[in-house]
Design a protein around this ligand. Structure first.
Ligand code: AHG
Ligand code: MN
Ligand code: MN
Length: 334
């Protein structure tokens, strides 16, 4: 084994020294990373540990919960509530913010997460992931309420995801570029394998759930039609298409080889605001995508500057290679 490898722990300590930090965020992230490793282990063992299948319950969003949705949520709570770096947590799988146990040490950060993203993929053994976002708790607040979490994406201190795929990976930003780490199962450490990830500005690959096409708005219909027309259409180039139904896996593909991902506004979802959740999915991914040189929009507004109105708020999401996202945004203006 090469001895010059950089673990995520060393990487974060080095970054903290450069910023003259006090190590609170580093220690918080250490807990988050441990939780991701535990989830990775459960996902890996799947049916062997009885982790597959439905839990027979629904979350606050009316979605059927998988056993692993609930287990991953529990793992995140347990590994992060004792470290002393948090004032509170909020999760896609919980109606209200999670109150830390009375007497538990408290810190200045808020942690928001989608414990298991793409969970419809679990039973068929396709990639899933965890998405997280770190905010500062407003000054003087020790028992945060919903309003304390409703901060625009631009205020995020850190965002990241773990991808449980052929290998488990961790991708992070603290506002200073994007770095990717691969889990070495033998030693239980994430190792820096993808330093300084950047997204090419142009792409010929798009990702969208085309079964919803008749409900899309005209600008998205136009964009996809032009891609499908290939060399015969106005784009004069052939496009490739992907849909994994796991946002983490789609964003990861875009970070590695470019592309555009869309879960746009849809006639059936208009009353809900969209499909993906602003606080647990759109904002953390937007932070990562922008830090890698890409763009992230609702089609009309930059995701990161939206003022959140609810913890479980949903928004349309169009993200990825800058020039393609800007093209879709320009179609919304016409
Ligand atoms: P989650 O499993 O956390 O509910 O999120 C699933 C999301 C996202 O990851 C994915 O892009 C999308 O929903 C898939 O939606 P469809 O099933 O409509 O394709
Ligand atoms: Mn999700
Ligand atoms: Mn989820």
């Amino acid at each position: 084994m090469p001895l010059n490898r950089t673990t995520v722990t060393h990487f974060l300590i080095e970054a903290m020294r450069e910023k003259h930090g006090h190590g609170n965020l580093t220690l918080l992230l250490n807990d988050v990373i441990t939780a991701c490793k535990v989830i990775s282990d459960q996902v890996n063992h799947g049916a062997l540990v009885g982790a597959l299948g439905s839990a027979g319950s629904e979350n606050v969003q009316g979605e059927t919960q998988k056993k692993l949705d609930i287990l991953s949520n529990e793992i995140f709570l347990r590994f992060n509530e004792v470290g002393g770096h948090l004032a509170g947590m909020a999760s896609e799988e919980m109606d209200d913010p999670y109150a830390l146990p009375e007497g538990a040490p408290r810190g200045k950060y808020l942690l928001l997460f989608d414990p298991l993203d793409g969970s419809s993929n679990i039973d068929v053994n396709v990639s899933v992931g965890t998405i997280f976002s770190v905010l500062k708790c407003p000054e003087g607040v020790t028992h945060p309420e919903v309003k304390d979490f409703l901060q625009p994406g631009t205020t995020q201190v850190c965002a990241g995801y773990a991808l449980y795929g052929p290998s488990s990976m961790l991708v992070l930003t603290t506002g200073d570029g994007v770095n990717g780490f691969t889990l070495d199962q033998n030693i239980g450490e994430f190792i820096l394998t993808h330093p300084g990830m950047t997204i090419p500005e142009d792409t010929r690959e798009f990702a969208i759930n085309a079964s919803n096409s008749r409900f899309w708005e005209a600008p998205v219909q136009r964009y996809v039609e032009e891609c499908l027309a290939g060399t015969d259409g106005p784009r004069k180039e052939n496009f490739n298409m992907r849909w994994i139904a796991s946002m983490v896996a789609e964003v990861h593909r875009i970070l590695v080889r470019g592309g555009i991902f869309m879960y746009p506004m849809d006639e059936r979802m208009r009353s809900k605001g969209g499909k993906l959740r602003l606080m647990y999915e759109a904002n953390p991914m937007a932070f990562i995508i922008e830090q890698a040189g890409g763009a992230c929009s609702t089609g009309r507004e930059r995701i990161m500057t939206l003022q959140p109105t609810g913890l479980h708020q949903r928004v349309p999401v169009i993200l990825g290679s800058k020039n393609e996202v800007e093209r879709v945004v320009s179609y919304h203006k016409e």
